[in-house]
Unconditional design. Structure first.
Length: 134
């Protein structure tokens, strides 16, 4: 079954539709690659998926184990490489302060974040610099 439908709009832009919900995301090539940078670039979406997957999977873990999870933000810096052009590094800062987890739980949360499905799906050539703050 189709998950996503993507239409090229011209001028290095796409409209991406999540088929089940109808939610749409526009993409644009970044300014350093001939675009206007007015929307997420495809590689921005990879970085976004990485962070969203980690915090979502932490949420699933907490639900399954009866843990409160009320606070969490992620900030990601994407660093591009050239020859070939690709994501070279993701600098990820995850702020989970205020959830009042014990040390054992924090270690499990780190493991959950590091092994989310997106983390297991991206190229191992991408350097992941993950800083989780409790």
């Amino acid at each position: 079954m189709e998950t996503v439908r993507i239409e090229y709009l011209g001028s290095l832009r796409t409209e991406c539709t999540h088929v089940k919900s109808g939610t749409k995301i526009l993409t644009d090539a970044p300014t350093d690659n001939k675009g206007k940078g007015e929307f997420f670039s495809p590689t921005d979406l990879v970085a976004t998926a990485y962070g969203a997957c980690m915090v979502s999977l932490i949420g699933i873990y907490c639900q399954e184990h009866g843990l409160e999870y009320s606070k969490g933000t992620v900030s990601i810096e994407k660093i591009m490489e050239s020859n070939p052009r690709r994501i070279g590094e993701l600098k990820i800062v995850m702020d989970l302060t205020g959830n009042n987890w014990d040390e054992k739980t924090k270690k499990k949360i780190i493991h959950v974040a590091e092994t989310c499905p997106v983390a297991k799906s991206v190229s191992p050539e991408i350097l992941i610099n993950l800083d989780i703050q409790f």
